[in-house]
Structure formats: C-alpha cells, structure tokens
Write a protein that binds this ligand. Structure first.
Ligand code: PEP
Length: 252
C-alpha cells in the first residue's frame, strides 16, 4: 500500500443483519472503534437495514454506508428491486457492483454490471466494482483474461470523469466464504493486473483497489502488506463487531 493513502475497510454483510441486528452492531462497534482519520470504513448492510444503520450511526459520519446491489433500470416494474437513486435518497454513499454472488446467483453479466455502475455514478454515489476469477479460470491460466474482460466491460462505457469515480475490489471467487485466502504474493500479482488494466483504459494509476476473500483478524496484516492492496472487503468476519474492529485497526 502507498503509505500516503489511508486504507479502506469495507464490510459486506450479505443477507445477514436485519434492522435490529444492524442497530446492535453499530452500537457495539462504535464502542470498540473510535473515529480516526487514517482509515476509511464503509458498511454494506442489506437494503432493508439501511435506515436502521443510518439512524444508529448518527454522530459517527466516519461509518460510511452503501448498498450491496442496485437495479440496472432507473425505475419501473421490477418487483423487489432497489434503484441507485432510491439508495442515494436513503442516505447511501456507496454501492457494490459485480459481486461474484450477484454474478453467479442472479445472472449479472459484464454488460449488466456496466449498466449498474453507470446508474450508480448518475446517482452521485460511489461504485465499488468487484472483479475476480473462479478457481477453474485460475487453473486454466485465465486470470489476466478474466480480470481484463471484467474491467474493460465497465470502463469502456464510461467517460474520464466516470472512470475516475471508481473504486475496485479484487475478489478471487475461490477465496470468498471458503476460508481459503490468497497469499500476499497472489494478491499483489492480481492487483498489478487490475491496476494495469485500469491505467490502460484511462483510469488513474492510484485507483483504490481492495482485496476480498476470507479476510480475518489473523491474516489482515499479511494482506495489507501486499503491494498494491489499498484495503479490504470483508464478508463473514465483518459480522462480529470485535473482529471487524480489529481488522479496521490493522496496518497502523
Ligand atoms: C465478500 O463477500 O465480498 C467476501 C469477501 O466474503 P468473505 O470475507 O466471507 O470471504
């Protein structure tokens, strides 16, 4: 990580934490983790818990808020879906796009992810674009091809202003929720590919790229030490206030 930049710690709660759980988490986390200006913390609760999180975190603007997904349409007959503009109106500053669980379970392909990123940017919200290869793709030697395809599909639809507004998460699918973590060398190598692709398509050399995949207190120091890793996106280990507070305190 570039020493002059503050690391970013993001929590993806997936389908955990209803409104009550979100409020209780914030109360506990706020006790454990004092505001500090040398890190950026962003939570992605389920949409149904956004209001509860926002209310519980009043007075803690350092605990930023995002949604895990938005629909690719601006509005319309899309039962169960949430638009980027609605998320913004609810007080959200960030949105994930392209998480591998959305790609796998909900069929979000590269074109859909690109449209979602555009909707998020149009709503003056910050996209956190997730990319990463499956185990089969890695073993077939397709790491670079897959990362390149996923990044190109999005960046080719954006102008320079849009491209500058993106934050990235490299999440090897084989490390998500499996307990299997990429080594610092694996992470550094993949981040170098992601950074090269961003630069080749007109993005900034200092784009923020997080690592995600079974991050926990026991491996956070090693991962943050990997070259080009600017922070982490944490799933399972972000559900425990103590564990996530420990992760957010790492590297300093
Ligand atoms: C994720 O959902 O983005 C993630 C990295 O999950 P986990 O930390 O549980 O592997």
């Amino acid at each position: 990580m570039n020493d002059s930049r503050r690391p970013m710690f993001a929590a993806n709660w997936k389908m955990h934490m209803g409104p009550r759980g979100a409020s209780e988490f914030v109360a506990a986390f706020a006790e454990l983790y004092a505001p500090r200006d040398d890190a950026r913390i962003v939570f992605f609760p389920p949409s149904i818990s956004v209001a509860a999180f926002r209310d519980a975190s009043e007075g803690r603007p350092d605990l930023e808020l995002g949604v895990q997904d938005v629909h690719e349409a601006v509005s319309g007959a899309h039962t169960g879906a949430v638009s980027a503009a609605m998320a913004k109106e609810a007080g959200v500053g960030w949105a994930l796009a392209g998480h591998s669980e959305r790609r796998r379970e909900f069929g979000d392909d590269d074109a859909t992810v690109a449209t979602k990123v555009n909707r998020i940017l149009e709503s003056d919200t910050r996209p956190l674009l997730c990319v990463g290869e499956t185990l089969e793709e890695r073993e077939a030697g397709q790491l670079e091809t897959v990362l390149s395809r996923q990044i190109k599909a999005v960046l080719d639809t954006l102008d320079g202003h849009g491209i500058a507004g993106l934050t990235y998460a490299y999440e090897p699918v084989w490390a998500i929720g499996t307990g299997r973590t990429a080594s610092a060398d694996d992470a550094a190598a993949a981040h170098a590919v992601v950074r090269r692709e961003i630069e080749m398509r007109g993005g900034p050399a200092d784009a923020v790229i997080l690592y995600g995949g079974s991050v926990k207190p026991a491996n956070i120091d090693e991962l943050l030490s990997a070259h080009g890793v600017d922070g982490v996106l944490v799933g399972g280990a972000s559900l425990d206030p103590e564990g996530f507070a420990a992760i957010c305190s790492a590297g300093r």
